[in-house]
Each structure stands twice: as structure tokens, then as C-alpha cells.
Design a binder for this molecule. Structure first.
Ligand code: FAD
Length: 324
């Protein structure tokens, strides 16, 4: 049969918002196409109960695969096998690095057309058309699929989670023959990446941290300040490379370009590659212990001092001002 196959990532016995949004979107589109939305879950010892939960978001059937969870290649093998035997016309993913990797791998495996960073999907002449923002989100490009299978990869949390009101989905266990190379990578550790689901490009207030924070835990004080201000946390490449903060929040030449109302930089030197990503901010406030730091050359307000003393005091002051 034809239909839409959606990959649903689960972690510690629950599906994340991104995956539930993708299943909801798949179900909406399947309805418009007059077909079905199926989901696929992969993991070690995944219970039927967990898989069946996706029925509440519109999946009519869930393929359950025993295999390593959270790694791209085993999912590519599993999805390719299910699509080849089931005849699905589209594979749909939520955003995020894993979705990008699986989607790209699946497109290569099936010789399928792929569109990433999709924010909307519509039905036109009985086919899906993916819409993705281009040119710094100033234009929308419509992507039509000519291949037998079309791969659609959403932007992180772009698809709205919608409960369909239907009950549990039918669960079908599938035995997958993994390719030898697919089992070479091993999951060493999994953890939640703080801040990874925040869309920093939409934030009016950004509190950005750099190497001056000293260690990953240094971000906790920035999270508190951002929380008090109602903003989000961003980072320099130096700290993203060090694994202190997710890449999705990196500002600069090889990260994102932002223009919030307030950009508060703590422990950031102001290298040109960082500057190009944030110089259009309306107000730039920098905290740096080095009065010669380049960031002061393009800041509206500069505070020379130790961020570990200034940031907590600033947070308290903001809270007091807001009456929290
Ligand atoms: C091709 C290329 C692409 C790049 N792309 C990017 C990019 O996209 N984004 C990006 O950010 N960088 C990018 N870089 C890296 C960039 O050149 C800088 O290395 C990086 O921005 C420096 O990050 P930082 O400011 O966190 O660290 P540093 O340059 O090490 O600065 C740390 C600052 O913290 C201050 N400090 C230390 N302790 C304290 C304290 N207790 N209180 C207050 N201040 C303190 C120091 O005085 C210093 O100014 C790129 C580089 C290259 C070559």
C-alpha cells in the first residue's frame, strides 16, 4: 500500500515533542491524501504499549523493530526495509540532527528526493509538496518530489502535536536484517542536551556564553539569567566545540545569525566569526574581565569584571525589578 512512514524517536519510555509533532503531521497529510500514516519505532525491548501510544496522534499502524535506538544507520536499514515491502511513498521526520542523518541516509539508500528544514507540507494534485524557508527565512521554496519515495525532514518542532482522538495503533513487529556497517557504531551515553529545542532565531533576548564561563556548568547561571529576562541561551563556537552547549544555539559564521532586541554576551571575546552572527542585534551588552576584549568595540554597554560575580547579581536585580 502507499502511505506515509514517520520515524518516532523515544527516550526513557516516552516520545519527544518533535516526534509526536511529526506523527501528527503525517496523520494530517495522510488524511488529505486518502492514505494512512504509519510510524516506526526502534529500540531494545520496546513495549507494545509504548509503540501503540502513537495511535493517539493518528498513526494507524506502528512497526516495532528490535535494534539499537538513537543511531542513524540501523534506522535507515529498518525504514528502507519497511518502505520497500510496504510501498510507502513518503518518509517523514521531525527536525534535529538524528532526523537529518537518517533522512539523508534513507534518501541515498532509496534514491529518493529529500527536503530538509521543512516548516510546512501541503497536498497538491494528490502529491505532497514540502515548503522550506530560504534566504535567511525571507522566502519560502516549494519542493515537489519526482522520485518514487519522497523524504521530508522537518525543522525542529515545526510540526504541531495534535491528538487525533483515536485509540491505540496496531503494532507489528518487524525483523530487520541490519547491514554489518550499521552495527559498527555503539551508543556510549545518552543525555538530554539543555537548550537544544530552543529556537534562538525567534528570541527577543539572548544571553550568550563563551569560554570565559570556564566550564559547562557555567551555563547554569546564564540559564537563570535568561529565565529571569524571558530569553534564551546562545553560545560561541569555542564552547560548542568543547561540548558545553548544543550546536543548535551557536552564533556566528558557522552557526546562526541572530538580531534580537538584546544580546547579552558573557565571557565572549568578540572574534570576527562570532561578530558576524550577532552584530545586527539592537542592543549589545558585554561582560568581560579584559577591558581590551574586542567585543567592547561593538557593544552598546560594556561591563568589565568577573562574570561569575556579575551574572548572579544581575539575575537577582532582574527578578527584583520584575517582582519575582
Ligand atoms: C572558519 C571559522 C569559523 C568560525 N565560526 C565561528 C562561529 O560560528 N561562532 C563563533 O563564536 N566562533 C567561530 N569561530 C571561532 C572564533 O574565531 C573564536 O575562536 C571564538 O568565537 C571564541 O570564542 P569565545 O569568545 O567563547 O572564547 P575566547 O576567545 O577564548 O574568549 C573568552 C573571553 O572570556 C573572557 N573571560 C574569561 N574569564 C572571564 C570571566 N571570569 N569573566 C568575564 N570574562 C571572562 C576572556 O577575557 C575572553 O575575552 C570560527 C573560527 C573559524 C576559523
Amino acid at each position: 500500500m502507499s502511505g506515509i512512514l514517520v520515524y518516532a524517536l523515544h527516550y526513557e519510555g516516552a516520545f519527544n515533542k518533535n516526534s509526536l509533532g511529526a506523527v501528527s503531521e503525517g496523520a494530517r497529510l495522510a488524511k488529505d491524501l486518502g492514505t494512512e500514516c504509519h510510524a516506526i519505532v526502534i529500540g531494545e525491548g520496546v513495549g507494545d504499549d509504548l509503540a501503540a501510544q502513537l495511535g493517539a496522534y493518528g498513526a494507524t499502524k506502528v512497526f516495532k523493530v528490535e535494534g539499537p535506538e538513537g543511531l542513524a544507520q540501523p534506522v535507515v536499514d529498518a525504514m528502507a526495509q519497511v518502505i520497500e515491502s510496504g510501498g510507502h511513498e513518503y518518509a517523514l521526520f521531525g527536525g534535529g540532527l538524528l532526523g537529518f542523518e537518517i533522512g539523508a541516509g534513507l534518501a541515498a539508500r532509496l534514491d529518493a528526493g529529500v527536503c530538509m528544514e521543512v516548516t510546512n507540507v501541503r497536498v497538491e494534485d494528490g502529491k505532497l509538496v514540502a515548503e522550506r524557508p530560504i534566504l535567511k527565512d525571507s522566502q519560502i521554496s516549494s519542493v515537489h518530489y519526482r522520485s518514487k519515495v519522497g523524504v521530508i525532514i522537518g525543522r525542529l518542532n515545526a510540526f504541531e502535536v495534535a491528538e487525533s482522538g483515536s485509540g491505540a495503533a496496531e503494532v507489528e513487529t518487524v525483523d530487520v536484517e541490519f547491514r554489518p556497517h550499521s552495527l559498527k557504531a555503539k551508543m556510549v551515553q545518552r543525555g538530554e542536551q539543555r537548550g537544544a529545542d530552543v529556537n534562538i532565531e525567534d528570541a527577543d533576548i539572548l544571553v550568550a556564553g563563551g569560554r570565559g564561563l570556564g566550564k559547562a556548568e557555567g551555563f547554569e547561571q546564564l540559564e537563570q539569567l535568561a529565565g529571569a529576562l524571558g530569553g534564551a541561551v546562545a553560545a560561541t563556537r569555542a564552547v560548542v566545540d568543547a561540548g558545553w552547549w548544543p550546536y543548535s544555539a551557536q552564533i556566528g559564521q558557522t552557526g546562526k545569525t541572530v538580531a534580537p532586541k538584546l544580546y547579552l554576551a558573557a565571557g565572549i571575546s568578540g572574534a570576527i566569526q562570532h561578530k558576524v552572527g550577532m552584530q545586527a542585534s539592537e542592543n549589545i551588552v558585554a561582560i568581560n574581565k579584559d577591558s581590551n576584549a574586542p567585543i567592547f568595540e561593538f557593544s552598546d554597554l560594556g561591563i568589565v569584571g568577573d562574570l561569575n560575580k556579575i551574572v548572579p547579581k544581575l539575575t537577582e536585580a532582574v527578578k527584583a525589578k520584575k517582582g519575582a
